[in-house]
Ligand binder design. Structure first.
Ligand code: UDP
Length: 243
């Protein structure tokens, strides 16, 4: 599978338009799986059939999370408006859920992170009903998903990292009647106040990745493998398609 296929299906409109779509889906109980795609997701899909299937599934929406994906799209001549970050989607869902008194389930990250996240939700989003929560270090994740199904949450945020969070959602999606599902990576750590997001200027200049590496140098290898190599592969793909 070449990368082009994944880019064709990527959400191409603006962030604001995406949130309007999201609000409609939430109101209509329209079951939706949002894949926040970054270069790591696409690279992983090259060697993992399941990830590739879910990215190409017409029932999933993949959004360009990560400037690497936006840049790669430009190289391939595909018009993508802007980056739509997973953490922004997560925060927006809390806001929309609060506004329309919907319910939410949080699964993932450490227990102390979940505890502080619940405090934030209680204070800032008092009308959002917490249908349930579970830290991401339980042994039996399937049991958690089966419990979750019974609660019929309107919003499900899963923070277990790529690709576990996406695989878990995809495995159980058919069993849910409704719900907006998103794998949100390290977002709970930030939303709970345990980790700081990059200052606004970094985000504006599309340098959030640099801030994250500076804060956690162990991310450098992951960044190199997934982003730098990815852009080289995209350039190669463009060259091939030109020949
Ligand atoms: N995590 C978890 N269980 C695990 C491994 C990871 O709940 O077995 C959580 C971890 O606590 C963190 C999130 O998954 O909150 C992954 O965060 P990371 O920053 O690696 O994700 P990224 O945003 O970089 O994809």
């Amino acid at each position: 599978m070449n990368y082009n296929e994944y880019f064709k299906k990527l959400y191409k409109k603006s962030q604001i338009e995406f949130y309007e779509d999201l609000e409609k889906k939430l109101q209509n109980n329209d079951k939706t799986f949002i894949i926040t795609a970054n270069p790591e997701t696409f690279k992983y899909a090259q060697s993992d059939k399941e990830m590739s299937t879910m990215l190409n599934d017409k029932n999933t929406i993949s959004v360009p999370d990560g400037i690497g994906v936006v840049k790669a799209a430009q190289i391939l001549g595909i018009d993508i408006k802007e980056r739509i970050a997973g953490i922004d989607i997560a925060n927006k869902l809390l806001e929309l859920g609060n506004k329309s008194k919907k319910s939410i389930y949080f699964f993932g990250s450490k227990q102390e992170v979940i505890d502080d996240l619940l405090k934030v939700v209680h204070e800032k989003y008092p009308d959002l009903k917490v249908a349930g929560y579970q830290n991401g270090y339980v042994k039996d994740r399937d049991k958690v998903m089966n419990e979750m199904i019974k609660k019929e949450p309107d919003i499900v945020l899963i923070a277990l990292g790529i690709p576990e969070q996406e695989k878990l959602i995809y495995k159980y999606l058919d069993k849910f009647k409704k719900g907006i599902f998103v794998g949100v990576g390290g977002s709970f750590d930030v939303m709970s106040g345990h980790k700081k997001r990059a200052p606004k200027i970094f985000i504006k200049l599309n340098l959030e990745w640099l801030y994250r590496i500076a804060k956690e140098p162990s991310r450098l290898k992951r960044f190199y493998n997934n982003n730098i190599k990815f852009i080289f592969e995209i350039k190669k793909e463009r060259k091939k398609s030109k020949n």
